[in-house]
Design a protein around this ligand. Structure first.
Ligand code: IVH
Length: 667
């Protein structure tokens, strides 16, 4: 038995080594066949002796049991995105802002990999959980699929507990192979490697994901406690040493001119890469300077993403279709001869409104130039009047709603035409689509088509009806099976537990966005209280303006709305705020307002627990020691941050000091 244990250990070691050589270093020392042979030996041993099967065994690379759904998990810290730059001017403006706040800085230039952001958690050096970005706050647990990505180490060289983030992607070669297979099997091919990667990571059966040959580049460390790095470039080097795959085409540049050179180089060379990139990410290299620059609501001020210019192509405009949105706005959409642009086939594009159509002189039958704004949203740039066929006419919007026939109006100062019939079917359906969307009630599996089917068959008339759906309602629908129906009903049931702000946002009240929903839910706690609120009370809140206050009060006084809320309440849809309250911060705590750095290994709590406790006391935790740091809490092996704190004369506590203080405060 002991021999077998030794053999298993040897197999783990060799397989991990060969894997790292092949997938991370691109430098294999043995042929593939050797890897496969050893892997099969290990699979065989594990089958015979299941006690040797472990979570980090190299055999998990082939995938495991299929799952029913992905669990939703809250990120320890939100996964933000980057602000975009589209030209040299945007970049120079970014540079000027950075220099204004942080002086002259060094930049780290990295390729912007066109894949999906994921977060990987390691505990004591072992890969334990991997999440998608999701809405930035809550992601999905796709650990099983990520384990099959060979470039992700299941075990790293040090027993660290931390989180890394990076971009999972499908290399061009894997993509071509996959699409060829799909075509041969008569299946729909993927539009581009990014979609293929997304589709693969959303496979509930990780055995299928394993076949997709995805890869990853890690680009950030979420928690520097156990790192020595003082800059992004050192952090990436440290990730390399631990066994992670980082992109080696990164380069430090001492100023914006260097950054522009780097961009120019990769704009020309990007075709030669074995994976897709959609731009260049520019980051302030020094971590202290990053801290000084800080964050806006959505993105760091210390980084920007330069997006490559959009590809332009010419196609024909066959027709202009009209759609009615949630708020009754009627939008014209261009129906185009399908054409490939920036990796996908485009057949429709929004024309926004009549004024724009006239400005661009666009007529049905025209040849038009299209591109994808930000490489995502198709847009008609202009028409080519020189190529215009005979008999075309200037386009005019209709006078009546294409959905319900009600007369359309232009509200004061608006360009848009609106249908103001509250019972307009198109608006109701759009409202339901909004209700189930991710930032609202986040109900998976309820797409536009299904909502339209339910509405057209008179199974649902309003959003509350969703909570009255039964399996018998669903099963007769097109393309609906037992399993799909169960999943959908479960997702609907689960959404009842959402915190109040989700419902509030989901109701689609005019001018009420995600942020204001959050503020209002936190301030007034529940629906009963909200019904009593006055316009004056609302206006006292910093983020709330006249338009929103009026719109909210009008909404809450509407009889139909009161009935709708009652209907939701009858099904126990939660109407109470469940998030953290800013007011719960202990404002008289001695930690209030302090900037604290946690470094080194803590033994009695995790770093997240420590930061959460500090944040509840009103302190801010940051990752690097600067002049602005008030306190450093140093665990075991604290390293360079401790040295720095000593040099700056910052107050330093041991974990024991910290626990003692916590006990005093918590009493
Ligand atoms: S840094 C705060 N570095 O681009 C976000 N992002 O919005 C820090 N991406 O969501 C991201 N390559 O998915 C960073 N080298 C790179 C990247 C990269 C691709 C993606 C990432 C992010 C999006 C920017």
């Amino acid at each position: 038995m002991n021999d077998l244990a030794n053999r298993v250990e040897t197999l783990h070691r060799l397989l991990n080594q060969y894997n790292h050589e092949y997938y991370v270093m691109d430098n294999p020392s043995v042929p593939d066949s050797e890897y496969d042979k050893l892997l099969h030996e290990l699979i065989h041993i594990e089958e015979e002796h299941p006690e040797f099967k472990t979570e980090d065994s190299p055999t998990v690379r082939v995938g495991g049991e299929a799952q029913a759904t992905f669990n939703k998990v809250r990120h320890d810290t939100p996964m933000l995105s980057l602000a975009n730059a589209f030209n040299e001017e945007d970049l120079r403006r970014f540079d000027a802002r950075v220099r204004e706040h942080a002086g002259k800085v060094e930049y780290m230039c990295e390729l912007k990999i066109d894949g999906l952001a994921v977060s990987l958690k390691y505990e004591n050096g072992r890969f334990v959980q991997g999440l998608t970005r999701g809405d930035g706050t809550i992601g999905e647990d796709i650990t099983e699929n990520l384990r099959t990505i060979r470039a992700i180490p299941l075990k790293i060289k040090k027993p660290l507990t931390f989180e890394v983030r990076g971009e999972a992607f499908m290399p061009k070669a894997s993509f071509e192979r996959l699409n060829k297979e799909k075509e041969e099997a008569g299946e729909q091919a993927f539009a581009n490697p990014r979609n293929a990667a997304a589709g693969s990571l959303r496979q509930l059966d990780s055995k299928l994901a394993a076949k997709r040959r995805l890869s990853i580049f890690l680009y950030s460390v979420n928690d520097f406690t156990n790192f020595h790095a003082t800059s992004q470039s050192e952090a990436l080097d440290e990730l390399d040493e631990l066994g992670f795959k980082t992109n080696q085409n990164r380069k430090r540049e001492s100023d914006i001119e260097g950054v522009l050179e780097y961009i120019k180089y990769w704009t020309e060379k990007r075709q030669d890469l074995s994976y897709d990139i959609d731009g260049i990410v520019i980051k302030v290299n020094d971590l202290e300077e990053q801290d000084e620059l800080g964050y806006t609501q959505k993105s760091p001020r210390w980084a920007i993403a330069y997006k490559f210019p959009a590809e332009e192509v010419v196609t024909t405009l066959h027709d202009i279709e009209l759609s009615v949105g949630r708020t009754g706005v009627v939008t014209p959409t261009a129906v185009l001869e399908p054409v490939r642009v920036a990796g996908t086939t485009v057949s429709r594009a929004s024309l926004h409104n009549e004024d724009l159509i006239h400005e661009k002189d666009i007529r049905i039958g025209d040849s038009v130039v299209i591109k994808k704004a930000g490489d995502i949203i198709p847009e008609v740039v202009r028409s080519l009047p020189d190529r215009r066929p005979e008999g075309t006419e200037t386009y005019h919007m209709p006078t009546h709603c294409p959905s319900c026939g009600h007369e359309l109006v232009r509200l004061d100062g608006e360009i848009a035409l609106r249908c103001i019939n509250p019972k307009c079917p198109a608006q109701l359906v759009e409202g339901m689509i909004h209700f189930v969307s991710r930032q609202a009630m986040n109900i998976d599996g309820l797409g536009t088509k299904l909502i339209m089917q339910l509405y057209d068959n008179e199974i649902i008339k309003d959003v509350a009806d969703l909570y009255y759906l039964t399996k018998d309602d669903l099963l007769p629908l097109e393309r609906m099976g037992e399993k799909k129906a169960d999943n959908l009903l479960n997702a609907i049931e689960a959404s009842k537990e959402n915190s109040f702000e989700h419902l509030l946002f989901g109701l689609g009240i005019r001018h009420l966005g995600v942020k204001a929903s959050q503020v209002i839910a936190e301030r007034f706690d529940n629906m009963e209280r909200l019904f009593e609120v006055t316009e004056e009370e609302l206006l006292e809140i910093h983020d709330i303006g006249d338009k929103l206050a009026t719109s909210l009060i009008t909404y809450l006084n509407n009889e139909d709305i009161i009935a709708l809320i009652d209907k939701l309440r009858a099904k126990n849809v939660n109407m109470k705020y469940k998030g953290i309250r800013t007011s719960e911060i202990e404002s008289d705590s001695e930690f209030n307002g302090l900037t604290v750095v946690l470094t080194g290994k803590l033994h009695n709590m995790t770093r997240t627990e420590a930061s959460k406790w500090l944040e509840a006391q009103g302190a801010k935790t940051t990752s690097s020691v600067t002049k602005k740091t008030d306190l450093v809490i140093a665990g075991e092996d604290a390293g360079s941050k401790l040295t720095k704190a000593e040099k700056l004369g910052t107050e330093i506590w041991s974990e024991a000091d910290f626990i003692q203080k916590q006990n005093e405060v918590d009493q």
